[in-house]
Ligand binder design. Sequence first.
Ligand SMILES: [Zn+2]
Length: 119
Amino acid sequence: MPYGERSHGVKGRIEFYYDYFETQDLEVVIGLLRILADDSYMDNNYCPCGSGLKEKKCHGQKLLNLKNLLPQTDYIKIYDKIFNYYYEATKAFPKMVCVRKERMKEIKKLKRRRNVRKA
Ligand SMILES: [Zn+2]
């Protein structure tokens, strides 16, 4: 397990991103992490935090700093964990995230795994 204790891992990670991105909105964290998971940072895209600013004038530098910290594959895992946490907590998909087919499949897989654990 790369992130230590599993039960505390996701929550701790979310706290970290709340602090780091200076937000208390999990959807914003998901929107920003998605850029790292998809490696889709673009200076002139609008920042997913909803500020109305371009990424480079908003969370851009913070995203680029994170991008240098871990490989994209790690951000895919982190994104999926936090995305799933959001889904488990709300039973809904984050509004600002465009849900792609692969993500839907991931969620179905995770739900199946969870059901197996419960049984
Ligand atoms: Zn922003």
